[in-house]
Every structure is written in C-alpha cells, then in structure tokens.
Ligand binder design. Sequence first.
Ligand SMILES: NC(=O)c1ccc[n+]([C@@H]2O[C@H](COP(=O)([O-])OP(=O)(O)OC[C@H]3O[C@@H](n4cnc5c(N)ncnc54)[C@H](O)[C@@H]3O)[C@@H](O)[C@H]2O)c1
Ligand SMILES: [Zn+2]
Length: 382
Amino acid sequence: MTAPVRSDPAVVKVALDDRGYDIVIGRGVIASLGARIAALRPGAKTFIVTDNNVAERFLAGAEAALAHAGVAASHVIVPPGESSKSYRVFEDVCEAAIASRVERGDLVIALGGGVIGDLAGFVAAVVRRGIDYVQVPTTLLAQVDSSVGGKTAIDSAHGKNLVGAFHQPILVLADTAVLDVLPKREFRAGYAEVVKYGLLGDAAFFSWLEANWSEVFSGGNSSGSFARDHAIAVCCRAKAAIVARDERETGERQLLNLGHTFGHALEAACGFSDRLLHGEAIAAGMALAFEFSARRQGLVPKAEAARAIRHLAEVGLPTSIKDIAGPHPSVDQMMDLIAQDKKVKRGMLTFILVRGIGSAFIETGVDAREVRAFLSEKLAEQ
Ligand SMILES: NC(=O)c1ccc[n+]([C@@H]2O[C@H](COP(=O)([O-])OP(=O)(O)OC[C@H]3O[C@@H](n4cnc5c(N)ncnc54)[C@H](O)[C@@H]3O)[C@@H](O)[C@H]2O)c1
Ligand SMILES: [Zn+2]
C-alpha cells in the first residue's frame, strides 16, 4: 500500500481588483502564516483576536509560525460564543488593539470560528479608520462561508449582525487539520452550509457529497483522497465567484441565503441557544424551502425535494420543525420572526426558492399568506 500523498494546498482567488485575495486551503497551512504575511505586508505587526477554546489549541502554533518569519504579534482572547459579538467585547478588543500600538499598516488576525471572524473583521474595519486583516478560520462553517466575502458584524439588541461593515480580508488561511478537533456537532452544523452550495447551484457537487460525505467528516486522508479539503475548496470557489460578481449582496449573493429565512426564524425561536446551532437551523430551513417550493406550483418535483432532505437527514441534521428539541414555535410566532428578518412589501416576501437540486432563484413575490398556510400544515404534522 502506498502512503497517502500530501497534496499542495489549494488556492482559490477572490477576484475583486485591487482588493482581491487568496483563500489557501490545506492540512497544516497555519505553519505558513508568518511567511505569507511577511510576503504580503513586509514589516507589518500583527494583533491576533481569538477565543479561549481556539487559543488553547492553536494560538501557540500560530504565534510560532509568525515568530519564525520574524512577524511581531500580540493577542487578545475573548470568551467563546455568540455573546462575544457584543458592543462590550467589541470595545475591549478595540482598546486592546490600540493599547498594543497597532498602526495603519499593521494587521489584525482573526483566529477562530465565525464569531471571531465577524468580531475581529469589524474591529479591523474601524480601528484607526480601518486596517487590513487576515482570516484564519477554525470551524467548518467559517472555512466555507463566514471567512470569505468581507461581511463583518456584531449583534444589536434588535437582532443579529445589525452593526457591521463590508471589509474584505487580504488573505484567508483555512487549515483543514484544525477541524479534526472541532466538536462533531459543530462540524455537522457547518456541513449544512457545504450542502447549501450543492443545493443552490451545483447538482454535481451535491451528488458527490451524497457519495463521499463520510470521507468529508472523517477528513478523507486515509486513502489520500483529501475529500474534506476538496469539499471546502469547492465551496470557497463557489462563494468567491458569487462575491466577485455581487460583493454588496444586491442580487446573486442573496442565493447564499437559501434556507436562511425559515432557518433564522427557527434560530430566533430557540433564542439563539445551544438548542439549535446556526447550521442546524439552516438544514431545517433548506428542507422547508424545498418543501415550500414543491408545494408552490410544483416548482421542484416532490422526489427531488425528498432527495435533498434525505441527504441532510442521513448525516444527522434536523430537517423539520419536529426534529428540534423542546417547545415548538407557533405559526404566529414564525410569521412574526420572518417579518422581522425580511421586509414585507405589500404582503409580499422575498424567498430563495428552488426549481431543482442545484438551481435556486430569488423570488420577490411570495405571498405571506401562502407561507402561513404552508407553516400551518407543517406544524399540524407534528
Ligand atoms: N460574515 C459572514 O459572512 C457570516 C456567514 C455565516 C455565519 N456568520 C457568523 O458566524 C458565527 C458562527 O460561526 P461558528 O459556527 O464558526 O461559531 P463559533 O465561532 O462560535 O465557533 C463554534 C465553537 O467552536 C469552537 N471552536 C472553533 N474552532 C475550533 C476548533 N478547531 N476546535 C475546537 N473548537 C473550536 C469555538 O470556540 C466555539 O465554541 C455567527 O455569529 C454567524 O452570524 C457570518
Ligand atoms: Zn448560514
């Protein structure tokens, strides 16, 4: 038997003219952090933002990689979890960055999951009127979604991500080996976003996932097939292409919200708690989007909707409201939450719907009454 071949990292380009950047994907790429930063911004100092869980596992390695290339680094460690996307923690991180004498030419490094990426990216967008930053995403969700595209934000009392900025990173370094120690439930939730790329625009990738998902979960390295790295690269390529065409989400980028209208309502109904992780809510939301599309003038054949839902269920993701533990929201509650998430124009809502696996589209004229009738049916099935 031949030894597994270690492949070179994959490099995906985000084409945004002078703000374009590389996404580097591969096992062990954190070791190249210092050399890559030294090449991109010679002489820059760095300020690492991370959380306790990630610091415990990966901060020393990241700092060693920086030191090895002669890149100066300081850091701040915040508590893990969504609560760190708050004004209070944002203030602490800004003050820590300024205290460490970060200047205009220096860099922020976001070392962590989507929470750290959103928080550190927003800090970088405003400290000293904006400095550059590097994303080192350590969750599957962050590697395939939140670290790419430049959306940064913290939360308001009125809702999630309401205070933020578009600010593109100068490099994304996705070390797929760090996912070996990511809790299984977090990995599975991130996998919902992986499936999303297949469902919204890439039927061949969806079929590939159906056949190879267990390799993606295990890392896929035993056979040298690097299934996990491949899946992450496919997602990053899809997101990079969409972001390059529609950076500010005025059109096509909205497709990335497949499953997110129903999903956000479910997440909010669960109080954004551990009861339902974001990716879990999105899995249920995508299942509902497929069922709603099938019901609505039979946009998608029922069997095809069933196939999409079967794959999500197979990996252990929730695919209906009844899969969520605890008390379920009422139809009124769901409709209120959907209306808060979306502007309702003359009783009409915008949804991402599907004609089939791999062909999502933006529908601006969804009658709120139709959504209500659908959700009433779904809740009655419980
Ligand atoms: N900016 C965007 O475009 C965008 C897109 C999607 C989601 N988001 C945001 O992303 C956030 C969710 O991100 P997330 O799911 O990565 O959550 P997270 O950042 O909270 O990470 C999940 C948990 O895993 C831990 N962790 C991270 N990496 C680890 C590792 N390798 N091993 C062990 N533990 C590890 C973290 O400490 C945390 O406890 C939300 O706030 C959401 O709004 C942003
Ligand atoms: Zn999402």
